[in-house]
Design a protein around this ligand. Structure first.
Ligand code: SF4
Ligand code: SF4
Ligand code: FES
Length: 326
């Protein structure tokens, strides 16, 4: 009997294309069928397309080992390092895997995005150590545990996956974004840096730490477990501790906290008023039409606290967490 020749696996990829030099530059999808091996990554498949099927396909890659950070793009709608993503984790025979360039950045061509906005924001956070005080005789020393703590955030390879999928950047490109904020945290939390307060003050303004909606996308897609959102939340706490409490975000946090501690539940009417600022008359007036509409539709909760029966238990939990966070 003749030996059975194993049939080659063929994968279908639908790739976003964009040629800025064409007569009518616009994005479109192009389908490719490519023979793959079962060990292929998405990047292997794309490179094979470029080398054997269509030499005009542009993409960015270098190390092919999830080190350089250059190959982030969207696979089936979610940012990934394609050199780290096994093809069979995002594609099964008979299906088509969809590849787009990283989001929230202008596209230069095909799968290549312009990272200038990304790097501008990294520069904005002054990504270098700024020690103050007298220079040490030999070198700056830092406790080991502080540096171990920083190791996680220092794993960032600047791939831009978090920026690609940040839901705030999608609607407001002024937001400084998860990668730059994670980088800012790297210096805020460094005991050798002398500009912690100034850094937090800068990040406390518009487009900074309070613009994050905590959607978790950056945590989800980061290939290096940097967890930008968690770093942002720590910097919010630190900004309040440093006395920067005059923002909508800080007042919002404070209001939720006090409300839960007082009554065991959220007082939404007070939350709205306190977030804008009780003494902020223009702000309160601007919010008034929403309040009137809510009132007319019977959707305005009373500003008087409705205490839950187990409010004392909730208060104890809050107090316990206050103690443990000291
Ligand atoms: S958690 Fe915040 S920073 Fe991260 S993706 Fe969502 S909005 Fe952006
Ligand atoms: S935080 Fe993660 S996803 Fe964002 S740039 Fe750094 S490594 Fe990439
Ligand atoms: S090619 Fe370097 S991280 Fe993917």
């Amino acid at each position: 009997m003749p030996a059975t020749v194993p049939t080659k696996l063929k994968a279908n990829l639908r790739v976003q294309r964009f040629d800025p030099e064409s007569e009518r530059p616009e994005t479109f999808y192009q389908d490719y069928e490519v023979e793959v091996e079962d060990w292929f990554t998405v990047l292997d498949a794309l490179i094979k397309i470029r080398e054997e099927i269509d030499g005009t396909l542009s993409l960015r890659c270098a190390c092919r080992a999830s080190i350089c950070g250059s190959c982030a793009m969207r696979v089936n709608g979610q940012a990934k390092l394609v050199c780290k993503t096994k093809l069979d984790s995002v594609w099964s025979p008979g299906e088509t895997v969809i590849i787009d360039p990283p989001g929230n950045m202008p596209v230069i061509t095909d799968l290549v995005a312009d990272f200038k906005p990304f790097w501008d924001k990294i520069r904005q956070v002054q990504p270098y150590l700024q020690p103050t005080g007298p220079e040490p005789v030999a070198e700056y020393l830092a406790p080991n545990e502080d540096m171990v703590h920083l190791a996680g955030v220092m794993n960032c390879i600047m791939c831009g996956a978090c920026v690609s999928d940040c839901t705030v950047l999608e609607v407001d490109d002024r937001f400084i974004g998860p990668a730059a904020l994670a980088k800012a945290y790297r210096f805020v939390a460094d005991p050798r840096d002398g500009k912690k307060k100034e850094r937090l003050e800068a990040l406390n303004g518009d487009t900074g730490i309070w613009d994050c909606t905590r959607c978790m996308q950056c945590v989800e897609v980061c290939p290096k477990d940097v967890a930008p959102m968690e770093r942002i939340m720590v910097m919010r706490d630190q900004a309040i501790e440093e006395g920067f409490s005059g923002t909508v975000g800080a007042r919002h946090t404070e209001s939720v906290y006090n409300s839960v501690k007082r009554s065991g539940r959220l007082n939404e009417t007070r939350l709205a008023i306190e977030s804008v600022g009780v003494m902020n008359i223009p702000g309160q007036l601007a919010m008034a039409p929403v309040g009137v509409r809510a009132l007319l539709k019977g959707k305005m909760p009373s500003p008087i606290d409705h205490k839950i029966p187990s409010k004392d238990a909730v208060k104890k939990i809050v107090e316990k967490s206050e103690e443990t966070s000291k």
